[in-house]
Design a protein around this ligand. Structure first.
Ligand SMILES: [Zn+2]
Length: 131
């Protein structure tokens, strides 16, 4: 977790709260360098992400390790944001972008399931390339 103010890598969690539905983890942190406080919200459900990736990645060049690393990267990306809320749309977009770099077939499959999450123009361009 990087400090959003001074980019220092050392921040300390001073308070962790889990929302009533258990979906969001809210952390108050303090930067050990500039001592500013920041709040992070984590809404990444790794199991849910993994389930969403299994079918699109089936019989493609993407290995189970790569699926894990996509999940890790998405999680990291989201953790580094200081936003009040992370929409599932954003998560879907991040996943789609990463899949696109790894394997076009997996990307197309993922995008057709999570269609509302991706840039449609971009998606249609990719489809045309394949046909
Ligand atoms: Zn700082």
């Amino acid at each position: 977790m990087f400090c959003i103010f001074c980019k220092n890598a050392d921040t300390e969690v001073i308070e962790t709260r889990i929302s009533d539905d258990g979906a969001t983890v809210r952390r108050r942190r303090v930067c050990l360098k500039c001592e500013k406080r920041l709040t992070t919200y984590e809404r990444v459900d790794r199991d849910k992400l993994r389930r969403g990736l299994v079918i699109p990645c089936e019989k493609t060049t993407i290995s189970a390790e790569q699926v894990e690393s996509v999940i890790n990267e998405v999680e990291q990306d989201l953790k580094q944001r200081e936003t009040t809320e992370i929409e599932s749309k954003e998560i879907g977009n991040l996943v789609a972008k990463k899949l696109k770099k790894l394997d076009k077939i997996a990307y197309i499959r993922f995008a057709s399931v999570f269609r509302r999450f991706v840039d449609l123009e971009d998606f249609e361009k990719e489809l045309k390339k394949l046909s």
